[in-house]
Design a protein around this ligand. Structure first.
Ligand code: TYC
Length: 184
């Protein structure tokens, strides 16, 4: 059996091993989870075939390190101190790893037929721009060919573009609205 596996067999841990494990846990708590897992493996504390580390790391932002040998308790006739099988779990909390969603620009394109007033109305209605800002954006589109009406996560950007196109069509205007991913 690998040393790492022995380390996670609770019943066979020596004090020195418990200390190593505790300090490793502290490191894990402090660092990015995936980096830490890599570090754990490099230090020989866990074997890479320890997939539950990954499976559980997203559960309520808790990392659950389960002893490799699920039968540990059974093999040793249950826990000696009378506590239940939860003994076999080491639960570490880690800060949530949040990533901002990628943003999409909602673009308006110029055409020769959509009335300026209608474009301004669209910008106020769907993009919450005040009259001055809506006029400014409309003129940018008019003179430069395209302009950004707003920036949103993908779902919202898609919905807005669809709403604008549908509304423009329903009013008989060819106004075109499309989304474009933004570099992160
Ligand atoms: N070019 C249009 C006109 O002169 C106005 C316009 C502005 C149309 C912006 C579309 O996205 C647009 N009536």
């Amino acid at each position: 059996m690998l040393d790492a596996q022995k380390l996670f067999r609770r019943s066979s841990r020596s004090k020195a091993q418990r200390d190593v494990l505790r300090s490793a846990k502290d490191k894990l708590r402090a660092k990015n989870l995936r980096d830490s897992k890599q570090a754990f493996v490099q230090q020989g504390l866990v074997d890479w075939h320890f997939p539950r580390l990954v499976e559980h790391e997203v559960v309520s932002h808790q990392l659950v390190i389960k002893a490799i040998d699920d039968n540990d308790d059974q093999q040793h006739g249950g826990s000696q101190d009378g506590s239940d099988s939860q003994d076999n779990l080491d639960v570490l909390t880690a800060p949530p790893q949040l990533k901002k969603p990628p943003f999409y620009a909602v673009l308006l394109f110029n055409d020769d037929y959509t009335p300026m007033e209608f474009v301004i109305e669209i910008l106020q209605l769907y993009f919450a721009l005040d009259l001055d800002r809506a006029t400014e954006v409309m003129l940018t589109v008019h003179y430069r060919g395209k302009g950004v009406a707003g920036m949103y996560p993908r779902d919202i950007a898609e919905t807005k573009a669809q709403q604008v196109n549908n509304y423009a069509r329903s009013q008989g205007h060819p106004l075109l609205c499309q989304i474009e991913p933004q570099p992160e």
